[in-house]
Design a protein around this ligand. Structure first.
Ligand code: 5GP
Ligand code: ZN
Length: 125
């Protein structure tokens, strides 16, 4: 898709800190990270958002999660835990209209996590 920054990254026309790539996906560091580890995993195919997924994309989306799992393992956050987030549409905070899965993690302890309070942690009084 013309004028899509993530299509340009996928084609190597715009630079990004790429951490993973295969024939269908590419993952790179978010330019404005919201966590110690913040990657964006995208299909090379231009799909604007989750709202635009078709039945034919079923396999691709399944594979996207397996890529996320692989990256989490490689980057050392599989054990400690991480977040996978899709923002969908303007109201969901989506700024770039090319489907992307945020992988966020690397907080030093669960209590440093921005959305987890101590009382939410199993075993805590
Ligand atoms: P959204 O809000 O659309 O779900 O997330 C878009 C993300 O892309 C944001 O976290 C933003 O920091 C990141 N981003 C926007 N433009 C670029 C770019 O040109 N390169 C990289 N690496 N990340 C970008
Ligand atoms: Zn695109």
């Amino acid at each position: 898709m013309k004028n899509c920054i993530f299509c340009k990254i996928a084609k190597g026309e715009t630079s990004a800190e790429v951490i993973y790539k295969d024939d269908k996906f590419i993952a790179f560091k978010d330019v404005n990270p919201k966590a110690p580890i913040h990657f964006l995993i995208i299909p090379k195919k231009h799909i604007p958002s989750v709202n635009h997924l078709k039945t034919r994309d079923k396999k691709l989306i399944g594979e996207l999660f397996l890529v996320a799992q692989k990256i989490a393992r490689k980057q050392g956050v599989a054990k400690s835990g991480y977040k996978l987030v899709f923002n969908v549409g303007k109201g969901g905070g989506q700024l770039i209209n090319h489907l992307h899965l945020h992988l966020l993690g690397g907080w030093t302890s669960p209590t440093h996590h921005p959305t987890i309070k101590e009382r939410d942690i199993p075993g805590m009084p």
